[in-house]
Each structure stands twice: as structure tokens, then as C-alpha cells.
Write a protein that binds this ligand. Structure first.
Ligand code: ASP
Length: 464
């Protein structure tokens, strides 16, 4: 007999079926034993009747989270037992025979509830079990739906999904890099990407014109709040565009996601309002303002764009650093200031950020495709020409071969999903999340490694 999914049982009333799944809960009433069976598609109540001795005997010994293969008959429930609010509330599976596919020891916590009352360290320690809970199953189903929607949408808009390297070069992009020692190049290191920024720009130099990727980004930062050492961006870059084009496309995609996949949610204002950085700071004291008119409404989505960011800010040492991204272009009216290194503090960049309910969910800019302008930015930041060539020579060189004007954006996908799913933090939408100290409690990573492994890399450990 071919297995059917629990969600399809209603099409088989009166028939014998095979279902596979987990014991969600078992209620022993002596003569009748009820087992709620769960598979990836939902739940159903099964019942062992006393006259079927064999099935009844197995039903007596099974426990929560055992895995069963069930041969049963789908019976319509008598009118008085119908539960309209429950999946399969109109039917019941009469157990004809049960095969135990695997047993389970007693789980360390209840997986049937939302889980918010359970210590999170224990949830992360047994994450594979925690992920069985319906709330998390739903989060990942919706994350899949959102990603699929983005892929289809962008593909129709002539984007190509292209993968970029995970082992890259360490360059000053804003945060600290994770380093990977190279065994075959002793003393040299790869860096894990903080974002695919340089590669996506180089893909524009390659003439792909429109690129996207669900990109894993790694930043070795101190973990404030619910940051994770690795997170996912929906990253994109487009050629021959201006700021408006990138903003229009992204706004259209976000609206389509909400309308198609979250029809119960309301977008506060379309088109999304725009604030300058200055206005946002003056009015909300935040560059990711929460502009919701009703903060108690869990289904309200208040998107807004923040634009006109200053390009540079003063460092503690009195020099200049970029506020967002060294590759951004200045606003057209300030490009001359940049080239002449004048009014540095007043130069505005083409950066656009998008905020949702007080969180930054994306940001990007139009880039400098002119090598001299990029060099000027790096000079203002105090890099010597020699260092610029060392760190960014490949970018300057690529730009010298006819790189088209281009710009892009990256979304913080985890954050967006957490908000759409009404989750309090991004760990609830990351399958194997790390805790606040950057540790993954299930596999206990990071972990020590044998000294030989370190020596082989040409390294020596300094004991703290
Ligand atoms: N790479 C940038 C970031 O990670 C986003 C962009 O400018 O496209 O913030």
C-alpha cells in the first residue's frame, strides 16, 4: 500500500490507508486507546479498538515521539464527535495494524506547544526535536515560500542567481572578518565573506546585468541583542540603474510577498514613505524608525525608506570613515566635492535603507563604477595608494575595463522573516541557530581541535 499524507485523509473516508508519522500524544482510556499521529502535513486522531487485539497491544506500549507506520481505516466521526476547528476533526483513523519504525526515549521537553516557556539553551541543545514543534515547522515552511517567491519574481525580472565564493580575501568592509588559515599556503588566510559585495560588483563588470543570491554572510562581531555570527541576505545587484530603479523593484517585491503570502497583514502606507537620514534622526532619533501608527497590531507592517545618508563620519582618531560601504557613489550633486576632497562631512551618499517596524531589513546603494572616484573614497579614509592597490587593486582594475554603472541592495532575510512570522528574534527562523555567545549548543561548536591539526596549518596556539 502506498503511504498517504495526513492532510489528504479527508479524501479517503471509508477507505483503508497507510500513514506514517510520530505519536504526538497518546490517551489510554483502557478499552479505547487514542493516538494523535503527526506527519509533516498535519495531525489526525487514531483509535485502537479492543476487539483488534494486535493493534491494541501495540497501541498500549507506544509513547510520544515513537515513529509508526499505520494501516488503518478512515471513518467519518459521528456528528456529535465532529470538531470543526481541528484538522481532520470530521474523521478518525481506526487502527488495523501498527508497525513501530522507531522508538523514542522521553523527550526533554514538550514539543506540542509554542515552546516560549522552555529555556532556550535546552531548545537549542535539542534543536532537531525543537524543530518538530508546529510553530517552527510553520516558520520554515513560510521561509521556503518567501524564498521561492523571490526566486520566481526575480527570475521573471531577468535576474540570474549566481553563487559567489565562501573562501575570500580579507578586506576592510566594516566588521571583523572570520579567518581561515590556508594549509597549502602557510601564513596566508582566506576570509569568510561579510557579504558578496565585491563579487556582485565584479559580476556587473562581467556583463550579467542582474544578479541575486541568498547569500550567507559571516561577521566576527560581539553578539549584541539577537545577532548571529552568520546570517542570510537576499543580495542583488543591477547594471544601468539609478537609485529609483532599485528602490522601485524592491518595493514591488516586498509588497507582492505580503499580498501573496501574508494576506492577513496590512501594509501601513504604499508607496512606502521616505525619510532623509536627517529627518529620521530628528523625528525618531533612529535611522531605522518605527513609524507604526499602532504598535499593538501584530499584523501591521510599516515599511519606510531612509535616504540621504552622510557618506563619511569622523573617526575617534580624527580621520574619516565610510558610514555604510566604501563602494557607494556620492549623490550626483556631491560627486565633485568627493573628487576635490571638499566638504567631506557634507557629502551625501546614494545609500538607501529600508526599515520595517523599527528594524533595518535592507540597505544598498549606487556604486562608484569609476576607478578614480573609488580611489578618492579610499584616500579620504586615509589609505595610502600602495595599500589601496594591495586591497582593492582587483576592483580598480575591473572598473578600468568598462564596468557599467550599477547599484544594488541586500535584505536581512532572517530579520524580515522574524517580523513576518511575528517572532521575537531571528533564532526562531534560523534552523540551527547559535546562542548569544556564538555557540551552537547541539554540536558544541566552536570546539577545540587536536594540536596536530593546528600545527599542520602552520599555526601555534597562544593559551589565553
Ligand atoms: N553589501 C551591503 C551590506 O551587506 C549591501 C549592499 O550595499 O548591497 O550591507
Amino acid at each position: 500500500m502506498k503511504r498517504i499524507l495526513i492532510k489528504d485523509l479527508e479524501k479517503h473516508i471509508g477507505e483503508e490507508v497507510l500513514i506514517n508519522g510520530w505519536v504526538d500524544v497518546r490517551r489510554d482510556q483502557g478499552k479505547l486507546i487514542f493516538i494523535d499521529v503527526r506527519d509533516v502535513s498535519g495531525k489526525v486522531q487514531a483509535v485502537a479498538l479492543p476487539f483488534n487485539k494486535e493493534a491494541h497491544a501495540v497501541a498500549e506500549k507506544v509513547r510520544s515521539e515513537w515513529v509508526l507506520s499505520i494501516h488503518g481505516k478512515v471513518n467519518a466521526r459521528p456528528e456529535k464527535n465532529v470538531n470543526k476547528d481541528e484538522q481532520n476533526g470530521m474523521l478518525e483513523v481506526e487502527l488495523l495494524s501498527i508497525e513501530v519504525l522507531n522508538e523514542s526515549v522521553t523527550p526533554p521537553f514538550d514539543i506540542r506547544g509554542a515552546g516560549d516557556d522552555i529555556n532556550e539553551e535546552i531548545r537549542l541543545r535539542y534543536r532537531y526535536l525543537d524543530l518538530r514543534r508546529p510553530r517552527l515547522q510553520k516558520n520554515f515552511r513560510m521561509r521556503h515560500e518567501v524564498e521561492l517567491f523571490c526566486r520566481n519574481f526575480l527570475s521573471k525580472e531577468n535576474f540570474l542567481e549566481i553563487e559567489t565564493p565562501i573562501l575570500t580575501k580579507s578586506t576592510p568592509e566594516g566588521s571583523r572578518d572570520y579567518l581561515v588559515p590556508s594549509r597549502i599556503n602557510p601564513g596566508k588566510f582566506y576570509a569568510l565573506p561579510q557579504s558578496p559585495q565585491q563579487y556582485k560588483q565584479l559580476l556587473m563588470a562581467s556583463g550579467f546585468e542582474r544578479y541575486f543570491q541568498f547569500a550567507r554572510c559571516m561577521r566576527d562581531e560581539d553578539l549584541r541583542g539577537d545577532r548571529q555570527p552568520e546570517f542570510t541576505q537576499l543580495d542583488m545587484e543591477l547594471s544601468f540603474v539609478e537609485q529609483e530603479d532599485v528602490m522601485e523593484l524592491n518595493e514591488r517585491l516586498l509588497i507582492a510577498i505580503v499580498k501573496e503570502l501574508y494576506p492577513n497583514k496590512r501594509i501601513q502606507q504604499i508607496p512606502f514613505p521616505r525619510l532623509s537620514y536627517k529627518e529620521a534622526m530628528e523625528k525618531y532619533n533612529s535611522d531605522k524608525p518605527d513609524i507604526r501608527e499602532d504598535k499593538n497590531d501584530s499584523d501591521l507592517l510599516a515599511f519606510c525608506w531612509v535616504v540621504d545618508f552622510p557618506f563619511f563620519e569622523k573617526t575617534d582618531e580624527g580621520g574619516w570613515t565610510f558610514t555604510h560601504n566604501p563602494f557607494s557613489a556620492a549623490k550626483p550633486e556631491h560627486r565633485e566635492w568627493l573628487m576635490n576632497k571638499e566638504h567631506i562631512g557634507d557629502i551625501l551618499t546614494t545609500q538607501y535603507d529600508i526599515a520595517l517596524n523599527g528594524f533595518e531589513i535592507g540597505g544598498g546603494s549606487i556604486r562608484n563604477h569609476n576607478p578614480d572616484a573609488l580611489r578618492r573614497v579610499l584616500q579620504i579614509m586615509g589609505h595610502s595608494d600602495e595599500k589601496i592597490d594591495q586591497n582593492f587593486g582587483h576592483m580598480l582594475e575591473a572598473f578600468s575595463f568598462g564596468t557599467p554603472p550599477h547599484g544594488g541592495i541586500a535584505w536581512g532575510l532572517d530579520r524580515l522573516m522574524a517580523i513576518l512570522q511575528n517572532e521575537p528574534n531571528i533564532r526562531e527562523v534560523i534552523a540551527f541557530a547559535k546562542n548569544g555567545e556564538g555557540r551552537e549548543l547541539m554540536t558544541e561548536s566552536p570546539s577545540e581541535v587536536p594540536v596536530e591539526q593546528i600545527t599542520e596549518l602552520g599555526l601555534r596556539l597562544i593559551k589565553p
